[in-house]
Design a protein around this ligand. Structure first.
Ligand SMILES: CC(C)(COP(=O)(O)OP(=O)(O)OC[C@H]1O[C@@H](n2cnc3c(N)ncnc32)[C@H](O)[C@@H]1OP(=O)(O)O)[C@@H](O)C(=O)NCCC(=O)NCCS
Length: 176
């Protein structure tokens, strides 16, 4: 990986972010989420929704970043206050999403974005960070474990929206 640059995402990044997001789903979730659901993901529709979410984030204290490689968006991460009922949103940051361009997976871009999100959480005074990951997403879970996260034993696996898949919560304490 040469000279990656991480910066705050802007609404005009919506299409590139969505390309990484849909690509990530179609790479990581084959066999986990029904194929017809993956096939139906629509770039244009999702880009419009992403642009709107960048303009008016639906959750409090949201931060969006992109990582660039050779002048293109190589990945996207988004974090904000925890959305979980059992956690204090003032103390717990949630990594809402992290997706790397499927052609660039395994080159350290995810790790760099994760370090950035962790640093941001520490700077905001958060005590811990969580995220939800699909139970069948072994690569994702391995990545999170290497970044210091563990499955949260207080939470049972729960359904992921209407996709038929299950997800689990992982968490990590932060040192200030
Ligand atoms: C999961 C994902 C974000 C990881 O990003 P990536 O750029 O592929 O990962 P990296 O190249 O940065 O990680 C390289 C290695 O460093 C490890 N690593 C990552 N962060 C680390 C850290 N903070 N400290 C030490 N090691 C770390 C990774 O586990 C990986 O190890 P491996 O070679 O044994 O797999 C990416 O693969 C992806 O977008 N996947 C598809 C979508 C997805 O599953 N997103 C998560 C949704 S919950």
């Amino acid at each position: 990986m040469s000279d990656p640059r991480i910066r705050e995402a802007i609404p005009d990044d919506a299409a590139e972010i969505t390309r990484c997001h849909i690509g990530g789903w179609r790479t990581a979730y084959v066999g986990i989420i029904p194929q017809e659901h993956l096939d139906a993901l629509d770039l244009e529709e999702r880009t419009a929704a992403r642009r709107q979410a960048l303009l008016e984030p639906p959750w409090p204290d949201t931060a969006n970043w992109v990582i660039e490689h050779e002048g293109r968006v190589a990945g996207w991460a988004c974090s904000g206050a925890s959305r979980d009922d059992d956690l204090d949103p003032a103390a717990v940051r949630e990594l809402y999403a992290i997706y790397i361009d499927p052609d660039l997976i395994g080159h350290g871009f995810g790790r760099a974005l994760m370090q950035h999100a962790l640093g941001d959480a520490v700077a905001r005074g958060a005590a811990s960070m969580t995220m939800w990951v699909l139970t069948g997403n072994a690569r994702g879970q391995r990545f999170y474990r290497k970044a210091g996260f563990e499955p949260d034993p207080r939470v049972a696996e729960i359904p992921h929206g209407d996709t038929g898949a299950m997800k689990l919560r992982m968490c990590r304490r932060l040192e200030s």
